[in-house]
Design a protein around this ligand. Structure first.
Ligand code: FAD
Length: 495
């Protein structure tokens, strides 16, 4: 197995997009086969090694950054199969964890199939998107990654192989999972017990539900319970036509009215993506897109799957909604062909780039939220974000997945003092989101950056449930220590 420990090879593994600076490691292993990976874990205790699993470093929460552990890079496990048709409407593809999302999407689309999860950044590994239960704009229609996974192959922390298909192991009425392992051993433990928030997206802590499928415990567990080596992904036929558009509004209430109309899904139009840009985001984008109307209070990007026969009718319905919400129809941007849709996609992706350039000139990092609340509480949280930032005179933008009551607030500090004030404000946002019945992470996960806030969400009793499950599967704390569960809880709990 390749092992590298020279500083130049290690450096890239001490980073992701979180700006966490404290990463350090003795070296990085690059397993090329499942057996090599299993052997590495089997000898971990004897060799006094702990590991942090590395995907492609696009995570935002420091999950892949080692704090003294060895790193296991998944990049050499990158085999990809061919789509296998299961019926007219379904296919499946087997991929290894180190396959890029971009490669996967192009491969399946080439054969007329479609893999819905699309967490904006395409240069992430499929294994990481499963470990993080990633979601994105299209999750409004299709839900998060877990909805599209039918099988995973995991190497458990002590090197056991677990090949788990959806439907083969469910928690019984008492919450107990029971499963035989190929080695002759047996898994027998209770699911974590707590209730999850009533939000349409939630990605904080281990999944828990009555009679849940064991596969759902591993999906979203952020590499703390095992290493995902391979997966079967479910595919659906590639939609034959898409309507994309960016609709501007002069008043924020009218924008919300438009969103409400679309969420009610009357007359059969049901977007797959419903995304928001506030006026500050649009101001940043004006630098590159001077055609953005100056007086807009915000914009909605939407994507709608249709057919050539249906397209005219769907457009009529959409224009009807725009009119009844007083949208700036004449200035709005309709994209009906692939080229125009690609331009619109570039528009959406330009925002983080422009903002990051701005930030690098201030030599500061942004403070960003990933909270979601139940639909009924969305406006409360949104207004709280805005009034708090206005009061303190911050530069900020709000954008994202409004269809799922999940927008990202980015505070962009101009100096250290503002950075510290914004960090303090972040805590009040956490409290507000929790008070409204929300989640501290709707999609980016907890990683190392947000572990302390998980206690506020699940209380000590919930964290103890996570510790119980973690220590059952990983008694020697070999994998991804410091991720998701605050390290102090792992050290003090007995097992
Ligand atoms: C501009 C931008 C936009 C983004 N937008 C979204 C979005 O809309 N929605 C969203 O959900 N995310 C989004 N993300 C976050 C990110 O892309 C996802 O979290 C992605 O899943 C990370 O993949 P990666 O390969 O880069 O993983 P890494 O950052 O390398 O690792 C992420 C975590 O996964 C663990 N891990 C990696 N591989 C495995 C494995 N095989 N088995 C077990 N654990 C593993 C790591 O230990 C780490 O904890 C965005 C990121 C950026 C930079």
């Amino acid at each position: 197995m390749i092992y590298k420990h020279d500083p130049a090879s290690i450096q890239g593994f001490l980073e992701d997009t979180s700006n966490l600076k404290s990463g350090h490691t003795p070296g990085v292993f690059f397993p090329e086969t499942e057996d090599e990976l299993a052997e590495l874990l089997k000898s971990a205790v004897k060799e006094h090694r702990r590991f942090t699993i590395a995907g492609n470093g696009t995570g935002t929460t420091g999950g892949r950054i080692p704090l003294g552990e060895y790193v296991i890079s998944m990049q050499k496990l990158d085999r990809i199969g061919e789509p296998v048709r299961l019926s007219r409407e379904r296919a499946s593809i087997t991929v290894q964890a180190g396959v890029l999302l971009d490669t996967l999407q192009k491969t399946v689309e080439h054969s007329g199939w479609f893999y819905p999860p699309d967490p904006t950044e395409k240069l992430c590994f499929i294994g990481s998107t499963i470990a993080n239960n990633s979601s994105g704009a299209r999750s409004f229609k299709y839900g998060p990654t877990r909805n599209h996974i039918s099988r995973i192959l995991i190497i458990l922390p002590q090197g056991e192989r677990l090949d788990l298909s959806r439907g083969t192991c469910r928690a019984d009425q008492e919450g107990l999972f029971r499963l035989s392992l190929p080695s002759g051993g047996e898994l027998s433990f209770k699911r974590p017990e707590y209730s999850m928030p009533d939000t349409s997206k939630h990605n904080a802590g281990y999944f828990s539900q009555k009679e849940m499928d064991l596969i759902d415990l591993f999906i979203g567990s952020e590499g703390t319970l095992g290493i995902i080596v391979e997966a079967d992904l479910m595919l659906i036929p590639l939609p034959s036509a898409i309507i994309s558009c960016l609709v501007y509004f002069t008043a924020i209430d009218e924008l919300f009215h438009f969103v409400d109309l679309l969420k009610k899904q009357k007359n059969g139009i049901s977007p797959r993506a419903l995304e928001f840009f506030d006026s500050h985001s649009l101001e940043f984008l004006t630098e590159k897109y001077p055609e953005i109307p100056r007086n807009s209070a915000g914009a909605i990007f939407l994507e709608l799957e249709t057919t050539r026969e249906q397209e005219e009718r769907d457009l009529d319905t959409l224009f009807g909604y725009m009119e009844s919400s007083n949208a700036m129809t004449d200035q709005s941007w309709m994209a009906l062909d692939r080229n125009e849709q690609e331009r619109l996609r570039e528009f959406r992706h330009a925002l983080p780039l422009i903002v990051n350039e701005w930030l690098s000139r201030q030599h500061e990092s942004k403070i960003s939220t990933d909270m979601a609340v139940p639909d009924r509480a969305f406006r409360d949280l949104f207004d709280f974000y805005r009034s708090s930032c206005e009061q303190q005179g911050f530069v900020y933008i709000i954008f994202g997945h409004i269809g799922d009551a999940h927008v990202h607030l980015n505070i962009l500090p101009r100096n250290r003092e503002e950075f510290l004030a914004a960090k303090a404000l972040y805590r009040t946002f956490v409290s507000k989101a929790l008070e409204l019945g929300g989640t501290i992470s709707a999609e980016h996960g907890i990683g190392k950056l947000k572990a302390e806030y998980l206690v506020g969400m699940y209380h000590e009793s919930g964290i103890r449930e996570m510790v119980r499950v973690k220590k059952y599967l990983d008694p020697f704390l070999v994998l991804n220590r410091g991720n998701l569960i605050p390290a102090a809880y792992l050290e003090t709990e007995n097992h």
